[in-house]
Write a protein that binds this ligand. Sequence first.
Ligand SMILES: [Zn+2]
Length: 229
Amino acid sequence: MENLKTGSKGNLVTYLQKKLVVLNYPVTVNGDFDQLTDDTVKNYQRKKGLTDDGIVGGNTWVMVYTDTEHPRDALKRIERHNDINQLHPIVRKAAVKVFVQLQSEGIPFRIYEAYRFPERQADLYAQGRTKPGPIVTYAQPWSSYHQYGLAIDFVLFENGEWSWNDAGSKAKLWSKMHELGTQEGLMRLGFETPHLQIMGTSSSALRSGVYPAGGDKLWYNNFMSALGK
Ligand SMILES: [Zn+2]
């Protein structure tokens, strides 16, 4: 996905402008990255401690997402968490880029789950084995990229409800989500339709403590807490 800057036009610019309006910035929603939008983005970036270059890329998108989409209240480790700031920055930026592109095209995916603590992975793994319900994962704790903040799950959110429906006319929406994920450097897993994860590592590398470069404190501190460190 290309960065937005002066001269950019289209649905993504409209989407950005709508979010700036929600945040009480005075832009005109016209799909045109005009002078006022440029001034406003720079103002926003300064307020947020970002480089005020007027270029909307991963860091600015993550900030806009964080300011306008609120994670669910999940206090226990066994619960579902969807706070993108618990993810590794590579996956965090890629996930937000997938999200805003889908949203700007009116495709109603939302981030269902982000970091997943090992306690919840164990609980999900038990489903269909030692607990009732269908099998939902083949991964035991610390085998899923979710335990490293390197995976994300997108699910349709329609009429106030999550929907895993991928039949009929919905199939192409899921394909679009996967396609955008690939473009942003993520890969899917065959049977877990909502799931996207980072490329270029392996479960064995992760289990032996080799993590992708570029981690930040938000990711690291949460990850260390999951490890009990
Ligand atoms: Zn997943």
